[in-house]
Design a protein around this ligand. Sequence first.
Ligand SMILES: C[S@@+](CC[C@H](N)C(=O)[O-])C[C@H]1O[C@@H](n2cnc3c(N)ncnc32)[C@H](O)[C@@H]1O
Length: 353
Amino acid sequence: MKYVMPQAGRAALDFLASLSTVGRDLTAPQESALDKAGLSEDKLADDLGARAQQIEGVLADVPAWRVANLMGEWHAVHHGPLAVEAFTPIADALKPQFARAQQGPTTLTADPDFTPPKYWLYPIHRTAGGWDAHEDFGFIHGEFLQRYILSKIPRPPAAGNAPADLYEQRRLVAEEAPRLDYHDIFEIGCSSGPYTLKLAQVFPQAQITACDISHAQLLQAQRNANAAGLSWRLIQADGAASTLSDASQDLVTSYIVLHELPVEAIRDIVREAFRVLRPGGDLLFGDVAPYRAMTKRAAWRTDYLATYGGEPFWRGASTLDMAAVLTEAGFVDTKSYGLQPGNYPWVTYGRKP
Ligand SMILES: C[S@@+](CC[C@H](N)C(=O)[O-])C[C@H]1O[C@@H](n2cnc3c(N)ncnc32)[C@H](O)[C@@H]1O
């Protein structure tokens, strides 16, 4: 898409990006205060609530913690409206490009009567309206809140001068699949398609079907696929009730979807994946690391940021034993493990016998 964002929009998005960069620098003083207070791993409670009291009791008087909270709160309230404001002046210029980009080999089957599950209506990330916050939120989220902002956050020095692939971790997850010769792949929660694009690169011969509940996100996924000359089948559907035929897929997969779902919805998705997979088919999820794979302090921080950042289901998903959930649904060879330092992305795998 060709567009020039007016200066006010660029400044607002650059400011949002700088909050993330500055936020990193505010972590070290908090950690030192916790060290000084003697809150080492063995002193921290196992119970998340009791642990929060221990840590937050110490941090309450630490300026870096108070500033980080102020910035986090400001970001939560303003990121959605600022991104929409950055889009509004260029909306008219983009509409004809959107219409052209809908034309191409990728199909989108919308369901105008679709009733989303109740949890999906929660304003995730504290964005009023959630994934469908605006009729063009697929573009606004995918281009501004994701691609533009991520590209402005400096990479850690260890990354050197290599050109940044902002979506590299999605490719790493796709490459964890045990086969390369899948015929039919089903992705749940594709959003504007960043993981779908990696699936298309790693499995170029596969027919990809991808679902999402959000129509606005699917429209942007269709534009991205057409721009790359790809033939996906996009469907507006709940991954737990996909409308796909029994035993029709060789790989069912998703990237950073499950932590936005209540535990029961995760179980439903796993059961649905089992139904649509062919015998011998693979299930592969990439998501955030569970709390058990983190230090107690890191788990507390993740839980705190999730709670105040509009992620009400994160704790449930992060304390769930995903390999056990897959086993209960009938999968075999189940396993869960982290990639890269920090265990992100976290991979869960199982095979339908
Ligand atoms: C964090 S985004 C995932 C984005 C994408 N997979 C990526 O790689 O960035 C979560 C997406 O899952 C979708 N979603 C949530 N629950 C779903 C469900 N039950 N079925 C299908 N999509 C769902 C949301 O609408 C949203 O677009």
